[in-house]
Ligand binder design. Sequence first.
Ligand SMILES: Cc1cc2nc3c(=O)[nH]c(=O)nc-3n(C[C@H](O)[C@H](O)[C@H](O)COP(=O)(O)OP(=O)(O)OC[C@H]3O[C@@H](n4cnc5c(N)ncnc54)[C@H](O)[C@@H]3O)c2cc1C
Length: 294
Amino acid sequence: MGFTDLVGSIPFETLLLYLSALLIPLLFSVYNLTQSDGSKYIKKEWGNYKVLERRVVSEGERPVIFLTIGARTKDLPTGSHVKIKIINPENPSKPIVKSYTPTRFDGSSCELMIRIYPLGSMTPSLYKLKVGDYINMVGPTGLHRYKGNGTFTHGKKVFDKIKKIGMIAGGTGVTPMIQVINKIIETPSDNTIVKLCCFNTLKEETLLESELREAEKRSDGRVEIEFYASRSDEGVDGKLSMRNLNAEGIIKLLDISPGEEESSIVLMCGPDGFVKHARKVLKEDGRIKKVMVW
Ligand SMILES: Cc1cc2nc3c(=O)[nH]c(=O)nc-3n(C[C@H](O)[C@H](O)[C@H](O)COP(=O)(O)OP(=O)(O)OC[C@H]3O[C@@H](n4cnc5c(N)ncnc54)[C@H](O)[C@@H]3O)c2cc1C
């Protein structure tokens, strides 16, 4: 019996059933790989993803831009980063690879906030990207995760039963904090309290003040945010430099009261010197044992 005879001998209803069993998963996977806006699921191998939106949030010598990339994730890995790769014009066999922490990274897209350094090896190329261009990306990378309801993991390390999160962010170091804050706000049952202190050099360089104030309002009192500047005469909430803070000052700023140290965690991200100082003084003091650095 030939193939045509074999197919002809199968009842029509059975044939239809077989065909739908084959076709439905196939159509579903094609739909999942690429949506009409050009976004697709991000993979752990390098791939090209479309720029869906570009927004300049701050101009000046070191502008800050938002790029929305058509890269989606299934498992909402709050805390993770992505890596971007570009060709190195000086040495094409050695590409330039840098990490970025999406401010939002979920089932619809990946949103990046990037400060542009005019002499940087990567960021001037990212500044030139237009909507519809593609970037080479891989992710999610990194081990930091906020699992929700006061639980963080970093590889095998677990920090749970956290009731208060103190966040200190220097400049664009605010990006992982926004990720965690977004997750808490989007989960009404997550009652973890957040105090975020943003440090910038100049008051004019304060990043995302209105967006963060909006998040504060939407948080039902769970999130409080303050903005400081180290060099301007005064910041939005005062003139303050991380370098001048001791452990007592940091703990006070983060509203961690005596007795709350065990159920609190301090998250930090920013330039090397900023993080090094905060980490050192908190370690020497010893009261805050749970610290996560991005
Ligand atoms: C895990 C991780 C997450 C990150 N997430 C983000 C993010 O979400 N958004 C973001 O904008 N960046 C983020 N970064 C930093 C990013 O990876 C690059 O290092 C940064 O964009 C600079 O790239 P560049 O190649 O253009 O500059 P480079 O070639 O590295 O530097 C060029 C010049 O800029 C100066 N410069 C570079 N970085 C800084 C800095 N932080 N402060 C002051 N001067 C600097 C250098 O002194 C140098 O003179 C992250 C880094 C890590 C490790």
